[in-house]
Design a protein around this ligand. Structure first.
Ligand code: NAD
Ligand code: UGA
Length: 452
């Protein structure tokens, strides 16, 4: 069996590496039009940082795992073609700011139709709006030269930072397909690939539309929990309740559960906001404005939470941060990844710069150029934005520290030493609630967290 995956990103790379590792008898080729990215996959420094990924890739690369820019050749050779291209929010035309931009999906469908030389199973791995399989099938049917294509939906549920663990033992694998004889065979073929390592009872099969929609709904529910606890964090700050204590108390109810109740400076990442906005757009499209408004409030609450964090810093620093130095610790959207897409740190830095603060960022995995480009826009310079190469350097001479990403190394810093090098009074704002605020106050810090 030969598999190819079009799109060598955060999903395509790790998922294909896992298939190659768990099913050594399957030939896996990951292709991308981005030559630099493919070169990085073939080098010592992989294009994405993900704990455990290096070992798996380097263990299989050159054996049954290959990275290449030869998209056409890979399509010809493959029995199963995964499509893991990006599906960002549309920035133009109808649905701008909400709908998914499906141009990469459509272009891949056309390329497959053009270069396929036999029947293929096409697997939607990207997150897409419900009914996208219909578009793909239409394009394939209009362009294919009599070959039979089966389209399956197989959304990915991995989270960055824990991708390899998530892929090793997923809560579930979801496969949607048509309930026709051809569709059933395709579903079984894909089930058998995953069954090489995933217990059968964790592999769920559904119809195409349920599978496509379930992905958007899963992300909407997860993000909704974060916005819910973040809304309560504001009430905690007003009343003296502690949001982590509230989260623990409610999470002990097994009907609520303890996961995804960590109050924060706001959720980031490439998908939550994009996927909820996509759900909102679909609801509007299908004439359900009340449902659309309900889900849109999850994103609005998140935007408010990010702004609230920055304005709390300004308020605490005697209502002005102009020319004050603020150390922002962490820039990735969560720990253990170098991904900064939609990171709350971007909004926090921009708000502080708008207040004329001097902002010094430190992140263990995000390069300086990336930080500048994300905050200012590519190629722009702003002397008030600086990047440090350690947390100690960032905090030297600062008036305040803002923890924005929960990197483990921030828990282990020598805060007494940091305090001694700061302007007094020294403030610390823990946007992730990873630090012991009582201990920081003993050192002399004016310390606060989210919802505390
Ligand atoms: P990404 O931007 O990291 O990777 C996508 C890759 O596709 C890019 O390298 C791009 O060059 C390539 N590509 C685009 N069009 C192409 C074409 N026509 N031919 C060849 N290559 C092409 O994106 P990602 O984070 O891997 O996400 C991919 C999809 O998976 C999205 O729909 C996303 O919503 C979904 N998803 C992402 C995650 C995640 O953790 N990042 C998790 C689950 C689902
Ligand atoms: C999320 C989902 O968890 C995955 O299941 C899904 O596959 C993926 O989106 C996707 O579709 O892209 P990811 O965004 O990589 O994964 O990471 P999460 O762990 O979900 O964190 C998202 C954001 O929420 C981060 O900024 C994180 O810090 C924040 N978060 C998470 C909180 O603020 N509180 C929490 O309790 C949990």
């Amino acid at each position: 069996m030969k598999i190819c995956c079009i799109g060598a990103g955060y999903v395509g790379g790790p998922t294909m590496a896992m298939i190659a590792a768990k099913a050594p008898h399957i030939e896996v080729k990951v292709v991308d039009m981005n030559a630099a990215r493919i070169a990085a996959w073939n080098s010592d420094t992989l294009p994405i940082y993900e704990p455990g990924l290096d070992e798996v890739v380097k263990g299989r690369r050159g054996k049954n795992l290959h990275f290449s820019t030869d998209v056409h050749g890979a399509i010809k050779a493959a029995d199963i073609i995964f499509v893991a291209v990006n599906t960002p929010t549309k920035t133009y035309g109808i649905g701008a700011g909400r709908a998914a931009d499906l141009r990469f999906i459509e272009s891949v469908a056309r390329t497959i139709a053009e270069h396929a030389n036999g029947p293929k199973i096409i697997v939607e791995k990207s997150t897409i709006p419900v009914k996208t399989a219909e578009t793909i099938k239409d394009i394939l049917a209009a362009n294919a030269r009599g070959f039979k294509f089966e389209v399956l939906s197989n959304p990915e549920f991995l989270a960055e930072g824990t991708a390899m663990a998530d892929l090793t033992l997923p809560d579930r694998v979801l496969i949607g397909g048509e309930r026709t004889p051809g569709g059933e065979i395709a579903i079984k073929t894909l089930v058998d690939v995953y069954a090489n390592w995933v217990p059968r009872d964790r592999i769920i099969t559904t119809n195409l539309w349920s599978s496509e929609l379930s992905k958007l709904v899963a992300n909407a529910f997860l993000a909704q929990r974060i916005s819910s606890i973040n809304s309560i964090s504001a009430l905690c700050e007003a009343t003296g309740a502690d949001v982590d204590e509230v989260a623990n108390a409610i999470g002990r109810d097994t009907r609520i559960g303890s996961k995804f109740l960590k109050a924060s400076v706001g959720f980031g990442g490439s998908c939550f906001q994009k996927d909820i906005l996509n759900l909102v757009y679909l609801c509007e499209h299908f004439g359900l404005p009340e449902v659309a408004a309900y889900w849109e409030s999850v994103v609005k609450m998140n935007d408010w939470q990010k702004r609230r964090f920055a304005s709390r810093i300004v308020r605490s620093l005697f209502n002005t941060v102009a020319d004050k130095k603020i150390a922002v610790l962490g820039f990735a959207f969560k720990k253990d990844t170098n991904d900064t897409r939609e990171s709350a740190a971007i909004a926090v830095c921009r708000d502080l710069l708008a207040e004329q603060a001097r902002v010094v960022v430190y992140d263990p995995k995000v390069p300086a150029d990336e930080i500048r480009a994300d905050v200012l826009g590519k190629g722009r310079e702003e002397p008030r934005l600086m990047v440090a190469s350690s947390a100690y350097e960032a905090a030297q001479g600062a008036h305040a520290i803002a923890i924005v990403t929960e990197w483990d190394e921030f828990k282990r810093l020598d805060y007494a030493k940091i305090f001694a090098g700061m302007q007094q009074p020294a403030f610390i704002f823990d946007g992730r609630n990873i630090l012991d605020l009582a201990r920081l106050r003993e050192i002399g810090f004016r310390a606060s967290g989210i919802g505390k």
